[in-house]
Unconditional design. Structure first.
Length: 268
DNA sequence: CGTGGGACCTGAACGC
DNA sequence: TGCGTTCAGGTCCCAC
């Protein structure tokens, strides 16, 4: 579910409530959510540590506990919020971090795809993720595309090339840039590549401004829905009129992901 | 290097 | 009502 705008919204919502809090324990009812560590080991490592920062890298949430990092990926249905109970406020909470003042950072995830990692360095993230799209110039984005023959939609979803774009914002960016999702990257002109970079930034920034897209599971930490879905131009609009030209939006599959595009605005 | 299939999981929506 | 199918914002692993 969550892509860059949703993850960023979660981080911004939690930050004021988390900074400065001290860990007093941890809880899980499904240890597999802890990818690389046992609950006992995680608790021993974090107990007594203070949260000094929380930030996003790609779609990962990084909680800095004085040099030790709790790294969380929400995958498809993950939610993160504060609760006054270790088991959280819904039936899908599988992990929580107990903090002082009787607060718990609850990780809810109905599909159980999400993971919580404990690391002493974030080098592993830098090794696997491409640059952040929001701070990437059009020219640098165009340079990243160099040398690839893949379908542009597939390329945008490759986190090693550029970090944070997911299925929704890939489709939305391509519509706005008027590029067909199956276009081979090496057949884009420099001008088209720069335009795509600009539209990616615009779409992601709008997604953040609307506090993320609540199609199904995603909620802000305060429990409310984001509003980004109200502004989609193609995503999830199969057979509905394109918001640019009115042509019926088509759905196809690219790289095994449902892909929405306007056959009039986005010519091959 | 790139792609396709499957795995990991559960819930919602829809057809019959 | 109940059952079967399909789809879902993501990522990893393996075969080819």
């Amino acid at each position: 579910m969550p892509e860059l705008p949703e993850v960023e919204t979660v981080v911004r919502g939690l930050r004021p409530d988390l900074i400065g809090r001290t860990v007093v324990g941890a809880w899980t009812d499904w240890p597999k959510v802890l990818d690389d560590v046992s609950l006992v080991e995680l608790t021993a490592t974090l107990k007594g540590r203070r949260i000094s920062a929380i930030f996003r890298r790609g779609k990962y949430i990084c909680v800095d506990l004085e040099g030790v990092f709790l790294v969380i990926h929400l995958r498809m249905t993950g939610r993160l919020y504060l609760s006054d109970r270790a088991e959280g406020d819904d039936r899908w909470v599988h992990f929580s971090l107990a903090l002082d003042q009787n607060a718990h950072m609850a990780f809810s995830d109905s599909r159980k795809f999400g993971r919580v990692l404990l690391r002493h360095s974030l080098d592993f993230l830098e090794a696997k993720l491409g640059p952040e799209p929001l701070t990437l110039s059009d020219a640098d984005f165009a340079d990243i595309l160099q040398g690839s023959t893949r379908a542009v939609k597939t390329f945008l979803l490759d986190q090693a090339k550029i970090a944070g774009i997911g299925n929704i914002y890939a489709d939305e960016s391509l519509l706005r840039a008027k590029i067909h999702p199956l276009t081979p990257v090496d057949r884009l002109s420099r001008k088209q590549a720069c335009a795509l970079g600009a539209e990616i930034r615009r779409v992601l920034e709008a997604g953040i401004a609307h506090e993320g897209a609540s199609i199904s599971w995603y909620r802000k930490p305060d429990g409310n829905k984001g509003e980004s879905q109200q502004h989609f131009m193609v995503y999830g609009r199969t057979n509905l009129p394109c918001k640019v030209c009115g042509t019926a939006v088509q759905r196809t599959v690219v790289g095994q992901r449902g892909t929405h595009f306007c056959p009039n605005c986005q010519r091959r």
